[in-house]
Design a protein around this ligand. Structure first.
Ligand code: FAD
Length: 310
């Protein structure tokens, strides 16, 4: 059995594995896709001390760093169930889609999250070519340009306020008849001169010239006509879904499916820890996931030295 079994090979999982392996304990990482979300992006400019890198390059660097240690890396393994230890100090079991099962004294869950996609024509085609999901990450790439934000909840309105300080103009579109964001955010939104809000305006298509985004089409839900807006970027803010469906009934999750963790990365099941975008820790970013992975790993190590027989 492993001392520490990490599920997920993104920034949080890689960091957790390195911290565990450096303690000289038996460490494994099982991931569906080693590298995680960073594989889906090109420019990364906010991973502190690395002024500029690309997603696939950072993913490779994460894996190379993990491979410097004695860590069992099991790629292309999708976890489908966590069976917590029946008794205190017992072994937890993780079952995989392949039929395999692994046992471990502690488990660190770092299965991340995925942005909800619009599912309209042009969205996939122009991903990383004008279609973006993270204003903290990609906002500065649109400096002085025109962008749209799709989504009328807190994250959409926050993104519009944030981007308005960087870009030339923001059009906020929601399919709803009103914004759902907190009143204080809506007041701030309406006080900014370079934001236009369009209600009842579901996006129908992202347009581009084959290389980059150059506009979008939305439907007027009341009138029925289609309208075109010329712009350079589309930020999709319709939800971030944690990859935690497989944990239902084991560790405690919030209503939104985020794993509840304490300051040490511990979940509600003793010996099971969690880190990164899959958890309640706010502000989903690489630098935060890396720190949280280290923290959960030290938490797991602390748990091991306190629960092992003398
Ligand atoms: P993830 O990166 O999501 O990794 C999760 C890991 O778990 C993956 O290996 C996945 O395959 C695996 N997994 C999932 N489910 C299972 C399962 N059931 N069984 C086994 N394995 C599983 N952040 C920044 O700081 N700067 C940026 O510039 C930036 N740009 C971004 C651009 C895009 C397009 C996207 C989508 C995100 C961007 N982010 C950026 C956010 C950043 O990528 C995430 O915050 C970070 O990757 C979270 O790390 P994580 O390890 O928690 O999860």
């Amino acid at each position: 059995a492993f001392d520490v079994l990490v599920i997920g090979g993104g920034p949080a999982g890689a960091s957790a594995a390195i911290y565990a392996a450096r303690k000289g304990i038996r460490t494994g990482v099982a991931a569906e896709r080693f590298g995680g979300q960073v594989l889906d992006t090109m420019a990364i400019e906010n991973f502190i001390s690395v002024p500029e890198t690309e997603g696939p390059k950072l993913a490779r660097a994460l894996e190379e760093h993990v491979r410097q240690y004695e860590v069992d890396i099991m790629n292309l393994q999708r976890a489908v169930k966590l069976v917590p230890a029946a008794a205190k100090g017992g072994l937890h079991e993780v079952r995989f889609e392949s039929g395999a099962a692994l046992k471990a004294r502690t488990v660190i869950i770092a299965t991340g999250a995925r942005y909800r996609a619009l599912g309209v024509p042009g969205e996939q085609e122009y991903r990383t070519k004008g279609v973006a999901y993270c204003p903290h990450c990609d906002g500065p790439l649109f400096k002085g340009k025109r962008v749209a934000v799709i989504g009328g909840g807190n994250s959409g309105v926050e993104a519009a306020i944030d981007l308005a300080g960087v870009v030339a103009h923001v059009t906020l579109l929601t399919h709803g008849e009103a914004l759902r964001a907190d009143a204080v955010l809506q007041r701030k939104l309406h006080s900014l001169p370079n934001i236009t809000v369009l209600l009842n305006a579901p996006i129908a298509e992202v347009l581009g010239d084959g290389q980059k985004v150059n506009g979008l089409v939305y439907k007027d839900r009341l009138g029925g006509e289609a309208h075109r807006i010329e712009l350079e970027g589309v930020f999709v803010q319709i939800g971030l879904l944690p990859n935690t469906e497989w944990l239902k009934g084991s560790v405690e999750l919030t209503e939104r499916g985020e794993i509840i963790t304490d300051a040490h990365g511990a979940t509600t099941v003793p010996g099971v820890f969690a880190a990164g975008d899959a958890t309640t820790v706010p502000y989903k970013q690489i630098v935060i996931a890396v720190g949280e992975g280290a923290k959960a790993s030290l938490g797991a190590f602390d748990h091991l030295i306190r629960s092992s027989a003398p």
